[in-house]
Design a protein around this ligand. Structure first.
Ligand code: ADP
Ligand code: MG
Length: 328
C-alpha cells in the first residue's frame, strides 16, 4: 500500500520470526501467515472472546518490568478473563504498536515471555498485527477460549444467602506496586505476583464444570470494585468479613508495620484471583485446584458492600474512589 502502509521491512521480518517461534514451541498449527486464522470449533462448546489493551506508562512501566515478564503478564491477564467464565483458553491474537524506542531484542524478549506463558496453558498465538508507533508501546491482546455450551459462569446470578469466595491471596500485587512507587524493592513473593501473575484456569474450569458458582469474575480492579460489578449485575448487596480476607505472609508482615495497607487488599487491584458467589457453604473444605478458595462473606438483599470488623462495626476503606460502595 506504499506510503499509507506503515509496516516496514523490519515488521515483516519480525512477523516471520514470531511465526517460527510459535511453530517451534506449539503442538497446535499456527494461524500466522494468511489473512485470517481458521479454527474448527467443537459443536458442543461456546466460544469466549476477550480483549485487553496495555499501554506503556499507563498499564506498565518499563523501568520496573522486564520485557519477558511483560510478555508473560500480557497473556496471564487475558487468560484470567477466560478463567473467570469457567472456560479453557485456546488461542491468542497479539496487536503490537511498536514504539521507536524499543530495540528489536527487547521486542523479541517480550514475544518469548508471551509464548512462554501461552505454552504453560497450551494456548497458541494464532495471529495479530504489527505496526510502528510514534508514541508509547501498545499491546492489544485478544484471547479466545471454549466452554461447554450453557456452562459459562457470568457476573449475574448471585442470590441472597450465597457465600462469597476468593481464590489465593489479595493485595500482594498492589503492595508490590506501592513499594516500587516509593522507590523500594518489594520482597520476591510480592514482586512475583505483580510481574508474573497466574490465571486461575484450573480452578475456574472446575467451578464452571461442577456448577459451584452462581456468579463469578476475576479480581483485576480490586476486590471492592469487582465485587461491586457482580452485585450490580445480580441486583444484590454483600457483607464482607474484614478478618476473613486471604492475605499472604509477606502481606501480613507489611500490614504489621502499617495497618492501613489493608486497603490494598480491598481496593488495590491486579490480583487476578477469582471471586464467586455460591449456594454451597462448604467449598473451603473441598479439594479444589490450587490456590483454593476462602469464604470472605455472603450475599444479602439490597445494594452496596458492608465491610464488617470482628466487633461488628463497619470498616470504611480509605482507598480513593471506593468508599461510596459502602451501603448507607
Ligand atoms: P495483513 O496485511 O493481511 O493484515 P499482516 O502482514 O498484518 O497481514 O500479517 C500477516 C500475518 O501475520 C497474519 O496472519 C497475522 O495474523 C500475523 N501477524 C502479524 N502481526 C502479528 C503479531 N504481532 N503476532 C502474531 N501474528 C501476527
Ligand atoms: Mg495486518
Amino acid at each position: 500500500m506504499g506510503e499509507v502502509n506503515n509496516k516496514g521491512r523490519g515488521e515483516f521480518e519480525l512477523i516471520g520470526w514470531i511465526k517460527e517461534q510459535v511453530e517451534s514451541c506449539s503442538r497446535m498449527p499456527s494461524g500466522i501467515g494468511d489473512d485470517c486464522a481458521i479454527d474448527q470449533l467443537p459443536s458442543d462448546q461456546q466460544l469466549l472472546t476477550s480483549n485487553d489493551l496495555l499501554i506503556e506508562d499507563i498499564h506498565f512501566n518499563r523501568a520496573w518490568t522486564s520485557m519477558f515478564d511483560l510478555g508473560r503478564k500480557s497473556v496471564a491477564v487475558n487468560l484470567s478473563d477466560i478463567a473467570a467464565m469457567g472456560g479453557k483458553p485456546r488461542s491468542l491474537y497479539l496487536g503490537l504498536g511498536r514504539s521507536q524506542q524499543l530495540e528489536e531484542t527487547e521486542l523479541k524478549d517480550f514475544i518469548r515471555g508471551f509464548l512462554y506463558e501461552a505454552r504453560q496453558h497450551d494456548v497458541v498465538l494464532a495471529g495479530g498485527d504489527t505496526c510502528g508507533s510514534p508514541g508509547p508501546l501498545m499491546i492489544s491482546v485478544t484471547v479466545q477460549g471454549l466452554v461447554p455450551t450453557g456452562k459459562a459462569v457470568m457476573r449475574q446470578g448471585s442470590g441472597c444467602g450465597d457465600a462469597l469466595y476468593v481464590s489465593g491471596t489479595l493485595g500482594d500485587s498492589a503492595l508490590a506496586l506501592h513499594l516500587l512507587r516509593a522507590g523500594q524493592m518489594p520482597p520476591v513473593p510480592l514482586a512475583q505476583r505483580f510481574h508474573t501473575p497466574s490465571a486461575r484456569i484450573d480452578l475456574g474450569r472446575l467451578v464452571g464444570e461442577q456448577e459451584l458458582a452462581t456468579a463469578m469474575l476475576d479480581v483485576s480492579d480490586g476486590l471492592l470494585a469487582d465485587l461491586n460489578h457482580l452485585l450490580v449485575a445480580s441486583g444484590v448487596g454483600a457483607e464482607l468479613i474484614l478478618s476473613a480476607l486471604p492475605l499472604s505472609e509477606a502481606f501480613r508482615s507489611a500490614l504489621g508495620q502499617n495497618p492501613s495497607l489493608i486497603d490494598l487488599a480491598l481496593a488495590g487491584g491486579e490480583d487476578y484471583e477469582l471471586l464467586f458467589s455460591s449456594a454451597r457453604h462448604d467449598l473451603e473444605q473441598m479439594a479444589l485446584p490450587a490456590p483454593g478458595v476462602v469464604k470472605v462473606g455472603h450475599i444479602r438483599a439490597g445494594t452496596g458492600i458492608n465491610i464488617r470488623q470482628d466487633n461488628g462495626d463497619i470498616y470504611h476503606c480509605r482507598q480513593r474512589g471506593f468508599d461510596h460502595f459502602a451501603a448507607s
